[in-house]
Every structure is written in C-alpha cells, then in structure tokens.
Design a protein around this ligand. Structure first.
Ligand code: GSH
Length: 193
C-alpha cells in the first residue's frame, strides 16, 4: 500500500492486547488477504488517517472479533476509533466519514449517495461472498497454491509448517465458505460474471 497515510503494522505484538493504543491512534484489525479488509484499508488510505494494524491469528480470529466487539461481530475488519470498536466495513466507512469528512467517500447528492450505498450493499452482501467462494474454490484445488497463500497469513514461526498450515487453510475455507463444493462455485461464478 502506498500513499499519504503512515501505517505501522503490529503483527509481532500481542493480538490479545485488550485496550486501545495509549496514544489514541486508530487500530485496524484486519485479515491481510480479505477484500473487506482491503476496503477499510483503502478508506483509511484515501482519508490519510494514520493508524496501526493488527492481524488476528488465523483460526482464532472469530474469537478475537467477538472479544473486540463484545459479541457483535465474528468477522474482520474491526476498527478501533475514538474508544469505539466498529465491526463491518460499511459501518467503518460511515464512522470514518463522520470523523474525517475530507476527502468525502460518499457522493454529496442524496440520490447519488443512496445509489452508492446500494452498490456498496450489493458488493458486500452478494458479489463479495460469491467472489470469495469462487476464489477459494480455485485456490484450494491446488495444494501447493493453497499452502503458499496460507503461510502468508500466519505468524512467521508457523510459516515453516507449510503442509499442515496449507491443510488447515483448505479445511477452513471448505467448511466456512463452501469452497469444496463445485456446484456452489459454479453458482458463484454465474453471479459474479
Ligand atoms: N459484512 C462484513 C463481512 C466481513 C467478512 O466477511 N470478513 C471475512 C474476511 S473475507 C472474515 O472476517 N471472515 C472470517 C470468517 O468468516 O471466518 C464486512 O463488510 O466487514
């Protein structure tokens, strides 16, 4: 990622740290490979908001999301902003618009804004999950490729366990996103096409 915002990644620090940064910086909890996290990263970058980033440990990430949001969310991104922990990329963008209005991400005209929010909802609720399913379906069929992607998501010391990390990743995406189901992947392909 390039651009004006200064970012410090915090992968090596404790993910379980329970309190906000002492200096009050926003913290983006994200999954590096996730398109929803990318959406939040783009919004922070475009608005030039200095922030820190933390990645939860794969496998334990849902528990971390639950703990961060006090049971409101099991997914990432989660943004810590002004003492609040905001789950869901759409809510994160709404909060950033309010806190850092410039440059605006929403169109000014009410009809355009409504249309933009509808599109956002479509991408989040329909296209996003379809693309994710299709993407993982393609990746998970190739064990080597799956392992290559999976080792990039885990802390450095675990990355040398390529085989087990890849197998865990494949099992996870199969169970969680239905990646092993060719018919589901075909439906996703049609809805994404
Ligand atoms: N509607 C949510 C969806 C977020 C989402 O599904 N995030 C995925 C990453 S692609 C996640 O955290 N998945 C963890 C899991 O489902 O186990 C948003 O816009 O933030």
């Amino acid at each position: 990622m390039t651009g004006g915002s200064r970012i410090r990644t915090c992968r090596s620090r404790s993910w379980a740290r329970p309190v906000a940064e002492p200096d009050g910086s926003p913290v983006l909890w994200h999954i590096p490979v996730s398109h929803y996290s990318e959406k939040a990263r783009w919004a922070l970058q475009i608005k030039g908001v200095e922030h820190k980033r933390r990645a939860p440990p794969p496998g334990g990430h849902m528990l971390v999301a639950l703990a961060l949001t006090r049971g409101r969310s099991v997914t990432f991104p989660v943004l810590e902003l002004d003492g609040r922990r905001i789950g869901d990329s759409t809510a994160i963008i709404a909060a950033l618009e309010e806190r850092h209005p410039e440059p605006p991400l929403y169109p000014e005209d009410p009809a355009d804004r409504r249309r933009a929010l509808e599109l956002e909802e479509f991408f989040d609720a329909r296209l996003g999950p379809a693309i994710r399913r299709l993407g993982w379906h393609e990746v998970a069929q190739d064990r080597d490729r799956m392992a290559a992607v999976a080792v990039r998501q885990v802390p450095q010391p675990m990355a040398r366990f390529r085989g087990p990390v890849g197998a865990f990743g494949r099992t996870y995406v199969n169970l969680r996103y239905g990646a092993a189901d060719p018919e589901g992947a075909e439906r996703a392909r049609r809805s994404a096409g």
